[in-house]
Each structure stands twice: as C-alpha cells, then as structure tokens.
Design a protein around this ligand. Structure first.
Ligand code: PMP
Length: 481
C-alpha cells in the first residue's frame, strides 16, 4: 500500500497530478511527501522492533532532536524538515485511549459484510426503514430551508413534545426550558452526562453484561467503571445484593439499562424500588438508559425516574434510534434536574453545539404521529423473538425469553465452545454472525447475542444454518427439533 501511495517508481509525476501541480514555496512539505517519509520510516522502525523505554515510548523518539525556534518561536523550515516524523505516530495517543480495545461488535460486522451470503444477527439496529412520515418531515424541513443551528438545548417545539411524551409514558415531568437537552442519540447524551458529573477517579457502577460503550465512556472521563455482574441463573437480573457487593467508596453514579442490551432483561417496579433505595442510601446519581423502553414485550415498562424520590437523582436518557428506527438520524435526549442538566448543557455547548435541525424536525414528527408505526414494528420484533427463542431452545441452545429490546442471548457454552470460538466457527462454517457475549462484559462469557432485528426469512435461514453447525459438532447431549 505504501508503494501505491508513494508514486511511480520512476519518480515522474502522473499526468493527472501535473495538471494541478503548482510551484510550492521553499521548505514546503506536501502531505504526499510527509506520508512517503512517514511510511518508509514506519516500515523500517516496525521491522527493527524499536526498543521501548519503560513508559512505552521508543528510545529513538525520545532522542529525536527538537528544532531550535527562531525569535518568533517558529522553527525554521530546514530544521522543520529535519524533525519530520520518523517514528510511529501512535506515541501521540493518550495512554487510557491506547489501552482501550475497539468495539468487538464492529469486528463481526466487518467480517460478515465481506462474506458473500452471510447472514448477520450481529447488528443492533432496526432492519426497518424509518417510517415514511418521519422521513417526509425531514425532507420538508430541507425544502423549507431549515438548515441552521438551533438553540443549544434543541428546538423548543421538540422539547415541548419530549416533555409531554415523557410525562405521558414514563411519569416524571420535565421543564422544557431547563430540564431537557436534545442530543445526538443516547450515545451523546451518555457521554455528555458522564463528562458533566465525573471528576477524575470517581467510580461508576454498571451492570455486566451491558452495552459495549458504557465502560469505555466512563474510562474516557478518567473515571473508574465498576462492573456489577449479573448471572444467567437469575435471568441476568440486576440484584441489590450484587450492587452491594460491588459498591466501593468513591462510587458516584449508577448506570442502568432496561430493557437491557444484550440480554433483553427488564426490571419490575419492585426491583427498581429496591435499586432506588440503594441509590438513595449510597447517594448515587442514576443514569438510566431507556432506549429500548418502547420495545417491551412483557408487561409495562417502568422508569426508575418515576419512583418516589428518584426524579432529583436520575438522568433519564432516551432516543429515537430503536423504537422509531431512526439510527441514521442520530437523535436522542436527556432529561434531569436543572442543576445537573445545566452542567450537561455546558459540555454539549462546547462539544456539539446542537443536534441537526433536520433530525430534530424528524424526531418531532415521530413523537407526535409515529406511535402506530412504532407499535407495528414492535409487534414484528415480538413475533421474531418468539420464533428465534423457540428455535434456539429446540436446537439445544438454552435461551431465556428476552422481555424487551431485540436480542436473544442463548447459552452457547453447552457446546463446549467458549463464546468467541462459537461465534468465529459459526461465522466461518455457516456464515452466520452472532456477537460473542464477552463483547458485552465478562459476565457474558458462555453466551452469544443474536439480534432479531432482521427479516423473518433471515432468521429462519440463520437458525437452519445454526442447526447444521450444531450437527457438525456431533454433541449427543444437544436436542434437535
Ligand atoms: N444505549 C444502548 C443500550 C444501545 O444499545 C445503543 C445502540 N446500540 C445506544 C445506547 C446508542 O444509541 P443511539 O443511536 O441513540 O446513540
């Protein structure tokens, strides 16, 4: 690749480049030359296994001379050239970021998307296109020339609608002027909230297994993520006993997600009451990610923010990606007591400014008129859930019934394979992508996540292939349909 980018072997400038070539000022280093210098230096250095100092910085980099600055503090061009990068630019990456693994889910998407005929049960995104009236609202906004920034908190009309929607469906009332912030999905809401509340070294409790971004988002704030393991024997329910066992001095917040990605677990009002009492006793702020709440299949969803005494210590995080099939619009919101939301707003103002006005107009339409479409999609997910769970159990992979979200979480360790080996072998041999449970935390070991946000046909085909894969393992103890 370096060769291809480094130009022709004879050094001649290709005709297409000549057409735009302009004389450059003396001392100018074109990006092309910088890349070529970097590429050759990097190739040499990686071949030589450059010796490292204790803090991981190659010796050669530490020894690299710094060009003398002139009176104006600017390094002369010639010296600049001498100091051009000679070693791995990864030395610039912060230690806590370097130590962070990339999301395990993406690896599986990437592999599956390269395979012809692969079926992905890996994706955590609705397979439905955003309902037409919502798309139309976005188009109308563009037609009307609605292309500006909005108030940092979001459009007033949208905040009014969010306030009414949250009060009607979840209970707590939030003031649109001071207690609601429109964000770029729950992803941004969570990031801004964590950045607004955490001092370096603070600790945040979260249940494991959970959505892949929780622990890294906490670490990015120089805070400490404290996993609270949940157990398959309890249907991965979070228990107050487990919370108590995990709690340590310095815990400031508790991050919850019901229904849960990846287990599909929900929390009863009674359980939420117990968790609320624990949060009050330990003076924790609760960050409640309720992104799957509309996709609750069994019973009614309860928000912890509606438990007496919790509104003032809860940030309610929600968005449009899942229930309204609006992942690409990147739109969500956070609600909470004004004193905390003011701090969240500050971070959002400097980092983001505001969510896209087009997405905000679309979100408004979803809240005002999207309910029927949302329920139609939820019913489809429920049918698929019933089918895939029945199929997994029939194939001998024990699978509890997810009560919400769109993920099944079968126990694959009954095959004798760990979750990563199971997922990789299944992908290689039958071209079905499932995500190893360990991508969601250590408590996910022995399980794989299968998303049923794909067509019924795909789910049928995928489960047939999984059946063939299990047959090939020749395990007597597995039942078959
Ligand atoms: N929270 C959970 C639990 C999720 O599963 C996801 C997406 N998979 C998000 C948040 C991020 O959602 P958004 O598209 O609103 O950023």
């Amino acid at each position: 690749m370096a060769g291809a980018l480094a130009g022709r072997a004879d050094g001649a400038i290709p005709r297409s480049a000549q057409a735009v070539a302009r004389p450059m000022p003396e001392g100018f280093l074109s990006p092309f030359l910088i890349f070529r210098q970097y590429a050759s230096a990097h190739m040499e250095s990686s071949q030589q296994h450059m010796p490292q100092t204790a803090d991981g910085v190659p010796d050669a980099i530490q020894a690299c001379p710094v060009p003398a600055a002139n009176a104006a503090g600017v390094a002369p061009a010639a010296a600049n050239r001498a100091a051009a990068p000679v070693a791995d630019p990864s030395r610039f990456v912060a230690r806590h970021v370097a130590a962070m693994p990339k999301s395990g889910i993406r690896d599986f998407f990437a592999i599956a998307s390269q395979m012809r005929d692969a079926i992905s049960l890996g994706i955590g995104e609705p397979d439905f296109v955003t309902p037409y009236p919502v798309r139309e609202a976005a188009m109308r906004a563009l037609e009307k020339g609605r292309t500006s920034y909005t108030d940092n908190r979001g459009l007033g009309t949208l905040r009014d609608a969010i306030s009414a929607y949250v009060a009607a469906n979840y209970g707590p009332e939030y003031d649109p002027a001071t207690e609601i912030l429109v964000t770029i999905g729950v992803s941004e809401a969570l990031d801004m909230a964590l950045r607004a509340i955490l001092n370096p070294g603070d600790k945040v409790l979260y249940h494991d297994p959970c959505y892949v971004s929780y622990s890294p988002s906490i670490s990015l704030c120089h805070a400490q993520a404290i996993a609270v393991p949940t157990r398959s024997e309890d249907g991965f329910a979070l228990t107050v006993e487990a919370l108590r066992a995990a709690w340590q001095p310095g815990c400031k917040a508790l991050l919850l997600n019901f229904p849960t990605n990846p287990t599909g677990g929900t929390a009863s009002r009674e359980l939420l009451g117990q968790i609320a009492r624990f949060a009050q006793e330990k003076d924790l702020l609760v960050l409640s990610d309720e992104i799957y709440s509309e996709l609750t299949f069994e019973g009614a969803h309860t928000s912890i923010a509606s438990i007496p005494g919790m509104r003032e210590r809860t940030l309610f995080l929600h968005g449009f990606s899942k229930a309204f099939a609006m992942t690409g619009f990147r739109i969500g919101y956070a609600c909470g007591p004004a004193a905390v939301m003011d701090a969240v707003l500050k971070v959002h103002q400097y980092a983001i400014m505001c969510a896209s006005i087009v997405s905000q107009e679309a979100a408004l339409e979803a809240l005002l008129h999207g309910r029927d479409d949302m329920l139609r999609m939820r019913d489809k997910y429920r049918e698929r859930r019933d089918f895939i769970v029945r199929r997994f159990n029939g194939l001998g992979l024990p699978c509890h019934l997810p009560r919400g979200a769109f993920y099944a979480f079968p126990k694959v360790s009954v095959t004798g394979l760990d979750s990563m080996t199971f997922a990789m072998s299944l992908l290689r041999e039958q071209k079905v992508a499932m995500v190893p449970g360990t991508a969601f935390g250590t408590a996910g070991a022995g399980f794989c996540r299968a998303s049923f946000s794909t067509s019924y046909e795909n789910i049928i085909k995928a489960s047939d292939r999984i059946g063939r894969f299990l047959d090939s393992l020749k395990i007597d103890s597995l039942k078959t349909d």
